[in-house]
Design a binder for this molecule. Structure first.
Ligand code: FAD
Length: 397
């Protein structure tokens, strides 16, 4: 048997990199295996919103996990900048969730009340108040739900910083290394088979985005994940045209450094097609101009797509895969993988390195700070996977 790592992480997206960063920080020997470029898939496509409140229409498990994760960003940004010199572009200017008609206004006023009751800042602004915050906003709006804590980051830089941080903490990051299958002996995972042959580890974390289902399918575990293709484009506008993210269900505009505006995103469920469609971009352009008329004058930059990993119930799978000792999964972060990356890394590292008792203690600590903080762990647990009888019982790998 060759060299044995403590942990192999399959997938070098923002989730795999965050887990590797935290595990390496605990002194474990970690290898990340990425079949392409680190952060090159869904992570590269993300607009980087930290929409802990904007993305949630109820205050259930995903909301609880999201606000914990959002709270970790300021310290993580400082830590990564100090360690790696890579800034993640954390901006905390807030977000305006816009209402275009009366029905949306009613809905958003309801959300404001819900989130205030949960202890989060949220305020309904009428059209004039919203325009005072963002003078370039369209005058044809009903108003906006203002969420001052929903910031944003540069998603590709977050992944780059986490990868660089993991490497500086001793992790090995191998690009262009595809994992073909998991290696299992007597119900215990012992490593993976790659294009370059087997690699062995005490524990394996599947963090391969929407492709995690295929990997686990190889051992009879059913991980229902579907891709939801998203198209985005970016333009260059005069710096200062917009400071806060503008958000509607079908279109958002995220202001980046130097006047760059990212406009997203379409939703095409079930599609692995990576082409940018004219219809998709045209629809976004039309809505973006309705929200921010001056965007029509901006200079075109580029368009791209990515595949969001969506689970059957919309919640990520986080934790130990039942029936297989040493095997963990962190996948299905759908529209919120950038937002959820810090908490996913911290939580998985506690579970993988520290075990269930330490993970439970972490939750209990969170619960003391935020009501309902631990409810997400039960809802997101990987135990809801359907697993056939473990393969490899009694076999060599
Ligand atoms: C258009 C768009 C906009 C988005 N905007 C936001 C946003 O504003 N805020 C937010 O929080 N989230 C956003 N998201 C969602 C976010 O991008 C994802 O939830 C997140 O990137 C998922 O990260 P991941 O690491 O699980 O997956 P990925 O980034 O897809 O990474 C998985 C990695 O695993 C690798 N891999 C797969 N199979 C194997 C194998 N067999 N062997 C080795 N490697 C393998 C892949 O090559 C890939 O690099 C957006 C997504 C899209 C598409």
């Amino acid at each position: 048997m060759g060299k044995v790592d403590d942990v192999i992480v399959i997938g070098g997206g923002v989730i795999g990199c965050s887990i590797a960063y935290q595990l390496a920080g605990r002194g474990l020997a970690v290898t990340v295996l990425e079949r392409g470029r680190l952060g090159g898939e869904a992570t590269a496509a993300a607009a980087g919103m930290l929409g802990a409140q904007a993305e949630m229409n109820e205050t259930g498990p995903l909301f609880q996990l999201s606000r914990w994760s959002r709270s970790l960003f300021p310290q993580l940004a400082e830590e990564l900048a100090a360690l790696t010199g890579v800034g993640i572009g954390l901006v905390r200017e807030g977000l305006l969730h816009l209402a275009m008609d009366e029905v949306q206004e009613r809905e958003l006023r309801g959300r404001a009340a819900l989130q205030q009751a949960a202890g989060e800042p949220a305020a309904w602004l009428d059209a004039a108040e919203a325009a005072r915050l963002e003078p370039a906003l369209s005058r044809g709006l009903r108003g906006a739900l203002y969420l001052p804590e929903d910031g944003q980051v540069e998603a590709p830089q977050l992944a780059r910083a986490l990868a660089a941080g993991a490497a500086l903490r001793g992790a090995h990051l191998r690009e262009y290394t595809q994992v073909r299958e998991l290696l299992v002996e007597r119900g215990r995972v012992v490593g993976v088979l790659t294009d370059d042959g087997p690699r062995y580890a005490e524990r394996v974390v599947a963090a391969a985005g929407v492709w995690s289902g295929r990997l686990l399918g190889g051992i009879g575990a059913e991980l229902p994940l579907v891709p939801v293709k998203g198209e985005c484009f970016s333009v260059l506008a005069p710096p200062g045209l917009l400071r806060r993210t503008l958000f509607t269900p079908g279109c958002y505009i995220v202001p980046k450094a130097g006047g760059r505006l990212v406009v997203g995103a379409t939703m095409v469920p079930g599609s692995y097609d990576r082409r940018v469609s004219l219809a998709g971009v045209a629809g976004l352009m039309q809505t973006a101009q309705r929200l921010l008329p001056a965007i029509g004058e901006a200079e075109w930059e580029r368009a791209w797509t990515g595949l969001r990993p969506q689970s059957a119930d919309g919640l990520p799978y986080l934790g130990a895969v039942p029936g297989y000792e040493g095997l963990y999964v962190a996948a299905g972060h759908y529209r919120n993988g950038i937002l959820l990356a810090p908490a996913t890394g911290v939580w998985l590292a506690a579970l993988v390195a520290g075990g269930p008792a330490e993970a439970a203690e972490l939750l209990a600590r969170e619960e003391r700070q935020r009501t309902g903080a631990s409810s997400w762990a039960a809802a997101c647990r990987a135990e809801r996977l359907t697993v056939a009888a473990p393969v490899g019982a009694g076999e060599g790998a």
